[in-house]
Design a protein around this ligand. Structure first.
Ligand code: PAF
Length: 284
C-alpha cells in the first residue's frame, strides 16, 4: 500500500492511475478503523480498480472541542488493517495540508433542512465541516465512486446534496451498517466505552429493533416515547428517536406528521457514564 501525506504526491500517483484507465474508489475516514470501514474498503475493491482511503480527523466538523480531543487515534493499527484488506493508497494529510489557509470556512453549502433536523439540529455546523473536507478530498482524489456507511445515514444524504451542489459525477455508494454479533453498530467511538458501557450501548440497537417489530401495529408517537423512556431508564441522555422517510430530493420528512410510511428509525443518545454520544438507524 502506498502512503501519501502530501496532496501533490497523491495527485501525481492518481493521475498516472487514471491515465492507465483505472477506476478509482474512495473511502474517506477519520481513522480508528473497524470492520465497518473494512467493509467499505471491500465494497470499493469489488467496484473499482484502485482503492484510496483517507484518514483525517477533520477539526471543522466537531462542534464540541472535547469530542475532537478525545477522538480515538490508532494509526499503526489502521495502516495494518488497510494493508491486510488490500487497500491500494492511504492518504494521511496533516491539518495544515488540508487547511493551508486556516480553519475558517471559505464556502457555505446549502444543505437545506438537512442542517436543521436530527444531527443537523444536534450538532450545529457539523455538516458544513463535513462538506468542507469531503469537497476538498474529492477535488484531490477525483474518484469514480465514493463509499460511505449507512450508519451515518444523514451524512450520506448531505454528501449526495454536496455532489449536486458541486456538480460532481461521483457516484455515492451507501453500504450497510456492520454490527457486532450482539447487534451494536460498529463505531470508532465504541473504543471509548468500557465493557459495562458497551453492553449498555446495546439499548440503542434494542430500541430500534423494537420499533421495527412494532411500527406497523403501534402509534408512531407511542413507539418513540417508549424508546426514549427505555433509553433514559438505562442511563442515556436522548437527543432524538425518530421515524423518518426520505423524499426524492434527499430531504428528510417525519411520517407522523405527513401520513406516509416511515422508512428508517433513527436514534442519537449519549451514554451518560462514558459521556459517549452514539447514533444508529435501522431500515424498517
Ligand atoms: O464519516 C466520517 O468519518 C467523516 O465524517 C468523513 C466523511 C470522513 C469526513 O470527515
Amino acid at each position: 500500500m502506498y502512503l501519501f501525506k502530501r496532496k501533490e504526491e497523491l495527485e501525481r500517483h492518481l493521475t498516472t492511475a487514471r491515465n492507465e484507465g483505472k477506476h478509482i474508489g474512495f473511502v474517506p475516514t477519520m481513522g480508528a478503523l473497524h470492520q465497518g470501514h473494512i467493509s467499505l474498503i471491500n465494497a470499493a475493491k469489488e467496484n473499482s480498480d484502485l482503492v484510496v482511503c483517507s484518514i483525517f480527523v477533520n477539526p471543522t466538523q466537531f462542534n464540541d472541542p472535547k469530542d475532537f480531543e478525545k477522538y480515538p487515534v490508532t494509526i499503526d493499527q489502521d495502516v495494518q488493517m488497510l494493508t491486510e484488506a488490500g487497500c491500494d493508497v492511504l492518504f494521511l494529510p496533516s491539518v495544515q495540508e488540508m487547511y493551508p489557509d486556516g480553519l475558517t470556512a471559505k464556502m457555505h453549502y446549502d444543505f437545506g433542512s438537512l442542517e436543521t433536523v436530527l444531527e443537523g439540529a444536534a450538532r450545529p455546523g457539523h455538516f458544513q465541516g463535513v462538506g468542507q473536507v469531503v469537497h476538498r478530498l474529492l477535488t484531490l482524489v477525483q474518484p469514480d465512486k465514493l463509499f460511505m456507511g449507512q450508519k451515518d445515514l444523514q451524512q450520506c444524504l448531505v454528501i449526495n446534496r454536496l455532489l449536486k451542489i458541486i456538480q460532481s459525477h461521483v457516484e455515492l455508494v451507501m453500504c450497510p451498517t456492520v454490527r457486532g454479533n450482539d447487534g451494536l453498530a460498529m463505531s470508532s467511538r465504541n473504543l471509548r466505552l468500557n465493557a459495562t458501557e458497551r453492553i449498555n450501548a446495546l439499548h440503542l440497537y434494542k430500541g430500534l429493533s423494537e420499533i421495527k417489530r412494532q411500527y406497523q401495529k403501534e402509534n408512531l408517537k407511542t413507539l418513540k416515547e417508549n424508546a426514549v423512556k427505555e433509553l433514559t431508564a438505562n442511563g442515556f441522555e436522548v437527543d432524538y428517536v425518530e421515524l423518518i422517510s426520505i423524499l426524492e430530493d434527499g430531504s428528510v420528512i417525519f411520517p407522523e406528521n405527513a401520513g406516509v410510511t416511515p422508512l428508517y428509525a433513527v436514534v442519537a443518545a449519549k451514554e451518560v457514564s462514558s459521556g459517549v454520544r452514539l447514533i444508529d438507524n435501522m431500515l424498517l
